[in-house]
Design a protein. Structure first.
Length: 138
């Protein structure tokens, strides 16, 4: 009887990982494309200066877009309520506020926002700019 069965082949127990690798590569590409979009904030065209400092620290950020809308840490806020929104943040001590304003916003409006920030008790306000390319200044 054993001779009648002949050579018996073992079953293949290997897993084909090619489809898994394909799916993982597609997911990786999707995440690489969408990740920069998730970290993007409010569209603001910052003015360009040569002596500007990069404001990459995690601090309080105020933004004014081209439509004169004010955002406190990317949350829209009414200009007249800005003082009330900043005062609770001052409990932790001295506060430094970075102000990012679109280049098309009039200087007078930017100063109104700065005035509201100062009235809230903030001592340090930094204006965020974008550095100009080296060859544009010559």
């Amino acid at each position: 009887m054993a001779g009648s069965m002949g050579k018996r082949r073992g079953s293949l127990s290997e897993i084909n990982v090619t489809p898994l690798v394909d799916v993982m590569l597609v997911l990786l590409i999707i995440f690489m494309i969408t990740a920069p979009m998730m970290t993007r904030g409010i569209d603001i065209d910052l003015p360009r200066v040569q002596s500007g400092a990069d404001a990459t620290e995690t601090r309080i950020t105020l933004a004014i877009d081209a439509d004169r809308k004010v955002f406190l840490n990317q949350i829209p806020v009414n200009l007249h309520l800005l003082q009330e929104r900043l005062k609770p943040l001052l409990r932790d001590g001295e506060l430094f506020v970075f102000l990012r304003a679109d280049a098309t916003v009039p200087y007078g409006y930017v100063m109104e926002v700065v005035d509201q920030v100062k009235r809230a008790g903030v001592v340090k306000v930094g204006l965020v700019t974008q550095p100009t390319p080296e060859d544009a200044g010559h």
